[in-house]
Design a protein around this ligand. Structure first.
Ligand code: SF4
Length: 348
């Protein structure tokens, strides 16, 4: 039977205040509960200053716990940590914590699975579970922070799922994470990556937010993009880049393009030419990614020599491109690889 109770991390302090009032509990209890939740404590047993009758009422009315670390993998190469969370409804999501000079950065999932069907992506092959609530996105940040015992300094919404396919909850999550009375993360320390849902990019542009925007482009023309990204390619490359130009104009911010390289697919000099023509004059940066292979993937990882030639070709054509440092390659840290592995293990 479907559980209609709300997940505790989706509750705002004002809602907890109303709840306390309804239940006849003193109003200051709302602040105490909120404090526990904001520090990543979602198990009432650990809320040491909350009396038992209130703990029982919380468990009765809301989904407490509801998000548990079921696996933790630590890279022996660079210390990257991957957490696998089990949600109260049985969905599994992945969260990756990376260490940079500026501190810890967390890459969160926005959905359990993805509907976008990109042919090179493990998440697309693992099927779609659901869109995550704002609390489930926030939970990945604060529970990971608690597990790491260290403050998270930046958040990237680039894990499993297409964030702009879960737009409303994503915006609620941004509100929670940037709340100066709560987690208080600066907008410039957040990046959202979309596969290019043009109407949502336009909506996001209208907000004039300081949150960084990245676009998973991966192909410089419609034909290749349809092959690699069938659902996002519903919008033409021209429509997508026009929306990006509008974004840069409206916000004054640089935009990032993610470009995963597949051997002899999108790493040719002809592709470099097309990309240069497409992005001419746009304030952008290109993140080249040596794409990972997974079982059943139709594409091969690009050879280092070809990556180097492609990067130099872009530079020679005036484009600002760097190769993204690979993190946690020994723990399948790339999006969706592990969830897919775990789900197929469960089916065996
Ligand atoms: S690449 Fe991103 S948008 Fe495409 S299927 Fe994977 S998670 Fe979804």
């Amino acid at each position: 039977m479907k559980d209609n109770r709300r997940f505790c991390l989706d509750l705002k302090e004002s809602e907890l205040s109303c709840w306390c009032k309804e239940k006849g509990f003193p109003s200051y209890r709302a602040g105490q509960i909120s404090k526990w939740l904001a520090s990543g404590v979602i198990d009432t047993a650990k809320m040491t200053n909350i009396p038992n009758n209130i703990k029982l009422a919380l468990e009765n009315d809301f989904i407490m716990k509801g998000m548990t670390v079921i696996h933790k993998f630590v890279s022996q190469i660079d210390g990257t940590v991957k957490f696998v969370y089990l949600l109260h409804d049985g969905n599994i999501i992945e969260t990756v914590v990376m260490r940079y000079k500026t501190g810890l950065s967390v890459c969160i999932s926005s959905q359990a699975g993805c509907k976008m069907g990109c042919t090179f992506c493990a998440s697309a092959h693992a099927g779609f579970g659901k869109s995550l609530t704002a609390g489930e996105m926030f939970g990945q940040v604060i529970l990971s922070q608690r597990e790491m015992g260290e403050k998270i300094r930046s958040v990237v919404v680039m894990g499993i799922g297409e964030p702009f396919d879960n737009y409303k909850n994503l915006m609620d999550f941004f509100e929670i994470i940037t709340d100066p009375d709560g987690f208080g993360l600066g907008a410039r320390h957040i990046t959202v990556s979309t596969c290019g849902l043009v109407p949502r990019i336009k909506e996001f542009t209208a907000l004039k937010s300081q949150i960084n925007l990245a676009i998973s482009l991966h192909a410089p023309n419609d034909e290749l993009r349809r092959e690699l990204m069938p659902v996002p390619a519903h919008y033409t490359v021209r429509e997508l880049i026009d929306a990006c130009r509008d974004y840069v104009k409206a916000t004054g911010r640089r935009i990032t393009f993610e470009y995963s390289l597949f051997d002899e697919v999108n790493d040719t000099l002809a592709c470099a030419d097309e990309l240069a023509a497409l992005l001419r004059g746009l304030n952008c940066h290109i993140n080249l990614i040596a794409a990972n292979e997974f079982d059943g993937s139709p594409y091969k990882r690009c050879r280092p020599k070809r990556i180097d030639v492609f990067r130099k070709a872009l530079a020679a054509r005036g484009l600002n491109a760097t190769l993204r440092r690979e993190m946690g390659s020994d723990i399948m840290a790339a999006c969706g690889q592990l969830r897919r592995g775990l789900e197929s293990e469960e089916k065996e």
